[in-house]
Each structure stands twice: as C-alpha cells, then as structure tokens.
Ligand binder design. Sequence first.
Ligand code: ACM
Length: 640
Amino acid sequence: MELYSTKQPIFMKKIITLVGFALCLSLTTSAQNPSIIPIPSQAVYPVGKFTLPASISISGPSDSHLKVAYSTLLSKLNKSTGRQVTLKNSGSATIQLSQINKPSLGAEGYELQVNAKGVSIKANQAAGLFYGVQTLLQLMPKEIESKTVAIGVQWAIPYVQITDTPRFAWRGQMFDVARHFFTKEEVKQFIDDMVEYKYNTLHFHLTDDEGWRIEIKSYPNLTKKGAWNVKKVGRFTSFSKPEPNEPRNYGGFYTQEDIKELVKYAQDRFVNIVPEVDVPGHSMAAIASYPELSCTPGADQYQVISGEPFIDWSHGHPEALQDNTLCPANEKVYTFLDKVMGEVASLFPYEYIHMGGDECPKNYWDKNPEILALRAREGLKNSQEVQAYFVRRLEKIITSKGKRMLGWDEILEGGGLPKGTAVMSWRGIKGGVEAAKLGHEVVMTPNDNVYVDLMQGDRAIEPPVYRTVRLTDSYAFNPVPVGVDAKLVKGGQANMWSEQLFNYRHLQYMMWPRALAISESLWSPNENKNWNNFITRVEDHMARFDVADKKYAPSMYEAIVNVTKNAKGELFVELKNEISGLAIHYSFDNSYPDHHYPHANGLIAVPKDAELLRIVSYRGNKMMGRTINISRADLEKRAK
Ligand code: ACM
C-alpha cells in the first residue's frame, strides 16, 4: 500500500502529508525503520515494500564514473538472488539511476525513492548516485551480501523517500601500512569496506620507523632496505631487539605502478588518497636506508625498527634512545624531501600531501652542534622552533609541487605555520581549535574518539593496547566543537594504526563497529544522531557482516568494569552496560555464569577468598558478547 495515493482529494493529501511528516519524525527514531548507516539527512518511510521481479534491470547514464556502481549492484544482486540481472542503456528499469540538476544536493548528495514502480536514484553527479546505490544495498535483505544464492529470502525493498547529503566533505579513514605492511589487494579491500559507509578519503600512512612503503625512484634504498624488518610475533614495543643475523625479510612496499593502480581504484569509488610521508620524526626506515639524513654519529648502524622499544615515553613526550629524526640542519635532507615529495606529488592527484610532523623527539636536537649552529644562524630559540623552521621549509617544497601541506597538530608548535597549511588534530581537539583560531583548515581526528587501533572494551578480553576508545566514544565524536568556525573544519576520520595489526581480519575487528559510529558523525546531521537507535541499526549491520563474512567486535555487549577499594582494603566492583536492554551476570566461584546467576546491580563486594571474577551479558536468555574473566590480582591492580 502506498501512503501517497494519487486518487486522494487535495485536502486529504495535505492531511496525509502532515501525518506522513509526523510519522517520518517519529519513525526516524523507531527500530522498525530501515537500518541505514550513516542515517540519512531526510527520510520518509511510507508503508509498503517493492518486491524485486524475477528479472531485474538496471538503467542509468552511460558515464564511466558509474562503472563500479553498476557492477556492484549487478554482481551482488546476481550472486545472492540467482536472478537474471541486466544493465539497460535506456528505458524504464527496476532500478533507475538518473542525473539531475538540483543544487541543494551538491556533489555527493542523492535522492532515493522506492515505491510500487521500483527504485529511482537521482543525483547531480556520479558520486551522489554511487552513494545512493550504497544506501539501496543497505535497504535490501541482508542476504544481498551473500556470495552464493540465498534460499528462502523474500527479495523486497521497503518503500522510502530519501534526500541525503553529507555533513562534511572529508570523511576519512587513515590506514597505517608502515608499521605492518598490507598488500595492494588488502588496500583495495579497505577501500571497498570504506565506501559502503560513504567514507571518501583514504589517508595513507606510508612511512614510519618500521617501514618505508612507497617506491621512490631517486632513492631506491628506501624500499630495498627501508621496507624490511624482522618478523616478530607478540606485543609491539615489548619485542626483543633483533639479533644482527636475523633475516630482515618481513614487510613490503608498493611500486609506483601499484600506487597508480590504487589511485585509480580509489578514484573509481570516489575516494581521494592523501599520502603521508611522516617527517622529521618517525623516520628510522629512511635513516636506515640513507644514514646521511641524520646528524647523529653512529646512524650508519641503525636498522629499520622491528617493534623493539626505542623511544622513552616516561616523561610524557618522546625521547629517542636512537635518533629517528631527519636532521633539520642538513641541506641533504631538503634535497631528499624535494625529490621524494616531487615523486609523491606526481603519483597522487589529490591536492594534499601529509607531512606527519608528530611525536618528533628533540633530545638529540637539543645537543647537536649542527642544530645549535642552525639555531644561532636562524635565531631559533629552542628545538620547537627548529621543527617549525623545518616545517616551513617543507611547506615551500610541497607547494612548489602544486600541493597543499597537511600535518599532525604538532606542526603548530614553534609558531609561524604557513597560512595555507591544514592541521590534523589528533591529541584531542585542542590542536584543531587552536589551528582554526589561526585561520587554518582542520581535519579532526581526536584520539579520544576515532583511534580505532585502541581497545574497544575491557582490557581483560581485548587484545592489549595502552588505552580504550569504546563505541560510545566514537559515536560521541562531533568534529565541530563549540566556538570553532565550522567552515574551517573539513571533516574527520578514523585512524587505524597498525602496531598491533598482524592481519586484515584483525583490522576489520578493530574497525567495526566503531567506523559505523564515525561514519554517522561525519555524514549525518548531528541532530539525527540517537545512540539507542544507532545500536539497533548496528545490530542489523552486524547481521549483514555475518553474511558478508566480515569480522567485527562484540565488545559493546560486554560490561564496563569499575573496581574500587575501601579504607579497609576490601574490593568492590561495579558492572555497567554500554548499551541498553542487557542484564549482566557474574560469578566469583570460578564457574561460568549464565542468566540464572546473580544480576549485577550497584556495588558488588568481592568475597575475601574469591580468585576470579567472571562476567557475562544476557539479552533475555541469550548470551551476548564474550565472558570477561578478571583475576583477583588484576582487580587489585585496577583498584589502585
Ligand atoms: C599520532 O597518533 N602520532 C598522530
């Protein structure tokens, strides 16, 4: 049944339209609505469903930019329904894509309508049609993700009227392929995974202490030597120092042909790639390849880092045990950067090059005679100003290649940041706020919200990392803080560092569902966000991930554990849910708790002789997530 009947008299139509509008508002937060992530800016969900015919046709503009949109639709529909799916050049079709001219939709917006006649997607540009197709796929039964014909599915699509435009132009994911190398095919998979949730920017972290991943023809050692280290298994930064004779055969790099292929692959999916060459810190792979880039004696003995500790963080700032910085007082460094940035600029068409600039240890700089001479010559008061001098020189190089410079928020330190430089705020939002006040464009990537390499649940169960960012924190991400000029905030991104990523499956586990939350923070109007409604949709998307065989974390079901100790030294735990509708049960007697076990409520005294706390979450009689086991010794540690 259609909500809007063409046979109704005008006044009835108005009433129905009003009812429809009210329904739309109320239904926007209802669990029955289609589970679209990121939630569209405007949506009406009339009652009814369109059933896909036995033979499905797709038609739309013959634009080469739409090749992927058509082929994705065609192949997913064909594989999962087993029905005939054809692409038509003209005429009416089951799924009709059309280009229109509607300024309010901008470059990426789209309109999507599903009614008794079928599916219509309209947009000004191919990107909008591509995003309309992503939304359409989410409206289809989850079995659309099946790689084989799904049996017993009612292939129907709910009626919708959607008008959708993004909140931010920069909707990014950073992929660190330097700490651990990921193959070209995995990078393509990463791009495929991104675009399903309307991300459009891949920040490609290509160089670091652990590896240099891009072929630079004028400096071949960067990949001959700099792309390889010793394979270690375990926990990064706790690795043993490699022996001199251990094989350095772990790693890899992208040839310039590979990069061209990836750029094209990304472009075909409306993704811009922002290359990052992280300097002057994080440069051990470059120094191991070309020791003359350092001004520290003994650099010719340095090797690409294999995860062994070499930075001392105990002072709250990085102090290098081995100097991993390019020497700002050495002209050879600027010649090197000129050549590297020249080759990088010619490979990546996007307007920005990211120069890193983060976590640069200054302890060697403070004492180095060449750097002290540079300070005297240039009137630089301290090592922060030395870094600012380096940043200004690099900005001239990057702009000379026709690109704009972008860097982590440390590039504000020492002052004098050139005007057109954009700042990526990672140490919370304060760098972004400061940069915007100075008139710089900003990309917000606060580690409190978007560092998807950090733990997402209790540390007793998550692969250990130094900090936690729960799904709630990612969903709370708002890239425009109060008082900041919204025009200067280009957007934000999820940052996937790979110190602890040894394979793509684990990468997916870390990415999802947090990247769902971040996509909604970047695409959807802030006022459309609603945590409980989001979680309902997340669960539907987890079911889709199951069909697609994509890994994700169940951490949102698992308890948040808080441990305290009273003056008498007695331990107490408090167990809270991250999402509503779950009951937490626990045991102290070593047995496995289920929904018949005590229900956690308020402060729970830890029995004097208990050795182990086990915690589970239930929805009704169904266990959700995993069992958390915390030893008494760990409880004691947490209470400190
Ligand atoms: C960073 O996380 N060091 C940018």
